[in-house]
Design a protein around this ligand. Structure first.
Ligand code: ATP
Length: 307
């Protein structure tokens, strides 16, 4: 199986480099990758996940020699709950996400999962605990089945089908010319945006990881697709610790905790209720737009995070 899997992986990389959007693509294939970019240190421990609580403690970070993009970021994403990151473009939301699977290590502070410093755990055990759903559904060269299996190469066909059912993808997959064995790139085969998204959600689901990183899509799909994608996401989020870069008012309003970022600093955190009543708060300011109408509020949130 590994042998057959290797060339597909290479193809996947080729396609990604052609598509650009490097940071997100890196998240996808490196989380899926079995071999970490840098070898573990000899003292590194295997991560043992219990509640999957994520804790950022005074985390500071800069990309190379550039000026810092995160300044003493502290927050707790409670196990099994949803924590939303909001803030204007460049505030550091994606950077926070990419520190968790250790694409980079902080310059200062610590990131803990269930009390274990991620910089002292093996990358393999750390990344096994994490699934990622990006804004852009990345489909790799290969069949629909291959695309779901990327989430966990050793998955059986039954497990692949189960993940597809949970992601509301099973029915439309069966309608394809060769069902699960239909190549995603086959001429004439057109998957809608929502269908592609549900395949990528099935890929995340099959990992059965306790932590889900979600970069919410900014652009809306048509209403029917939207409902199914939302249901699929609910399945993916259920029972997991979710860290979401939120672009929608409905998502933040339902989050257990909202962390508001501005220029690499946490400026507010709390739930929707407490933040919305904060005088002169950044979050409260954007919510005021709600008076003007929900449509405008959605727009304003997107403005707030540059989407
Ligand atoms: P957006 O909503 O636009 O994605 P964000 O809140 O996710 O914004 P980040 O992408 O984390 O913000 O960016 C924070 C800062 O770090 C920005 O100033 C950005 O230009 C910079 N930055 C992000 N990625 C890199 C990188 N790979 N190399 C150098 N600088 C980067």
């Amino acid at each position: 199986l590994l042998f057959a899997y290797e060339p597909a992986k290479r193809l996947a990389r080729l396609q990604i480099s052609l598509e650009g959007a490097m940071v997100n693509a890196r998240m996808i294939y490196e989380i899926l990758d079995e071999e970490p970019d840098q070898p573990d240190l000899s003292g590194d421990q295997v991560l043992e996940v219990k509640d999957a609580e994520i804790r950022f403690e005074d985390v500071s970070f800069s990309y190379g020699e550039a000026s810092p993009v995160l300044h003493n970021v502290s927050f707790v994403a409670e196990g099994g709950k949803m924590t939303a990151l909001v803030g204007p473009s460049g505030a550091g939301k994606s950077t926070i996400m990419s520190l968790l699977p250790r694409f980079y290590d902080p310059d200062g502070g610590r990131i803990l999962i269930d009390g274990q410093d991620v910089s002292k755990t093996t990358k393999d055990s750390l990344r096994h605990a994490i699934a990622y759903v990006s804004q852009q559904p990345y489909l790799f060269e290969g069949t629909i089945r291959d695309n779901i299996r990327y989430g966990r190469p050793e998955a059986t066909n039954e497990e692949i089908e189960e993940a597809a059912r949970l992601a509301y993808a099973h029915d439309f997959i069966l309608e394809q010319p060769h069902g699960y064995d239909t190549p995603v790139g086959e001429a004439g085969m057109s998957l809608s945006g929502g269908q592609r998204q549900r395949i990528s959600i099935a890929r995340a689901l099959i990992r059965n990881a306790p932590i889900l990183l979600l970069d919410e899509a900014t652009s809306a799909l048509d209403t029917e697709s939207e409902v199914l994608v939302q249901k699929a996401l609910e399945q993916a989020m259920s029972g997991r610790t979710v860290l979401v870069i939120a672009h929608r008012l409905s998502t933040v309003a339902h989050a257990d905790k909202i962390v508001v970022l501005l220029e690499g600093k946490v400026v507010e955190q709390g739930d929707h209720r407490s933040l919305s009543t904060m005088k002169d708060g950044l979050y409260a300011r954007f919510l005021k737009m709600q008076d003007v109408g929900k449509r405008h509020a959605e727009k304003e949130l997107q403005l707030l995070d540059g989407g």
